[in-house]
Design a binder for this molecule. Sequence first.
Ligand SMILES: Cc1cc2nc3c(=O)[nH]c(=O)nc-3n(C[C@H](O)[C@H](O)[C@H](O)COP(=O)(O)OP(=O)(O)OC[C@H]3O[C@@H](n4cnc5c(N)ncnc54)[C@H](O)[C@@H]3O)c2cc1C
Length: 395
Amino acid sequence: MSWFPSMLLRPHPGALIVLGSSALGGAAYRYGSSASSPDASLNPHSFTAYTLIRKEKVSSTSAIFTLRNRERGPDPDEVRDGWRRRVWSVQVKQPELQIARAYTPLPSLGMETGGSIPASSIGGEGEDAEDAAPEDLRLLIRKENGGEVSTYLHTLPEQSTIHLRGPNTECELPTEVKTVIFLAGGTGIAPAMQVAGVLAQRKGSRMRILWANRRREECAGGVGDEERDRGGRGVFGPGLRDNGKGNGGERWWKRLFWSEGDSRRDAVPESDIQIHTQTRIHADTGVHPKNVIVRELEALQHHTKLHSPTNSLSISYFVDEENQLIKPGDVARRLDIESRGTEGKGDKVILVSGPDGFIEYWAGKKLWVGGREVQGPLGGVLGQMDLRGWRVFKL
Ligand SMILES: Cc1cc2nc3c(=O)[nH]c(=O)nc-3n(C[C@H](O)[C@H](O)[C@H](O)COP(=O)(O)OP(=O)(O)OC[C@H]3O[C@@H](n4cnc5c(N)ncnc54)[C@H](O)[C@@H]3O)c2cc1C
């Protein structure tokens, strides 16, 4: 495949940071005049200081960390470019142990054009939209039991300093890629959201995310599109359909997208819009309130349709503790649907991202060759399936 890197220059997670940079791309990094030193902007060669301005709980083990460049150094071009066509990550340093780990920034609406609205602010309180700055980075970080860096990060209070290096390209999504099936395990949803952000900008794009979690709390309130269509456990609960009015008694979130008289107001049916707003439902209705990641995903769906009504982003949730595992048939069915009538219409890709065991089960092991991580042969469940020309990439 010409457009996927044949080798990922990803250092072993435990590598000492003194061993050197893992950045890909070799692009020229531009430092703006407002930056007082080259290190003021995110760059792959040295660590840049960020302030943890917000820690937003997702579940008992995960949170979204919002990080602001301490010297307000401008984003390098590589980051802006990344939001348009890449899956990318940054490295975060644990200063005492001098080790670093990779984390995947979450997209914000309009990132590709310098916008800065966290998708979670759609249908929410609206604070995020006002507080956000274009160069803020948001990382979904799960606290690993006994994990050195993630545990350290979760102990930090807001206003702490965190050092980042990057961006590191994980894979490119050239413009001909418009159809993606994404198998995500746990925090593998972060790269899936990046891909959704990229495809939203491509007319006629189709993406299906199958997201597996061990526990419901990681995807609380998430109802898959198929389940919703079947009229299963409602998103809104009896008599509680959200009217999309938010706090001010007005559909404030519409203003984030449309100005008065904008013809796109009518591009998405009102019923669709309502379904993408935040729910505030008590636990005794039996419906989980949506956590911030689920809200972000639904806002991404909304954003995808706004770009073009022919775009489609569907999400399916699978929860181990509810005995819902992704089965080969779930993938085969989606392959079947997405293959129909799209022969020769651009590249179709299956991306797999998550813990090592998840990737190995679905696509076979990634390999380490000469201290670098490479794709390795296609194995696992996907290796046994008739993929009809779909490409597979392990993230
Ligand atoms: C490109 C990329 C993007 C990523 N994006 C994200 C993201 O967006 N969000 C996210 O949360 N994570 C992400 N990760 C994973 C992340 O980089 C870290 O691997 C993760 O946070 C764990 O790091 P840690 O230092 O906390 O754990 P580690 O210290 O590396 O430990 C990991 C696990 O191994 C166990 N362990 C460690 N040492 C031993 C030992 N000697 N014997 C037995 N068990 C041991 C620990 O108990 C722990 O459960 C990404 C990884 C990559 C490569």
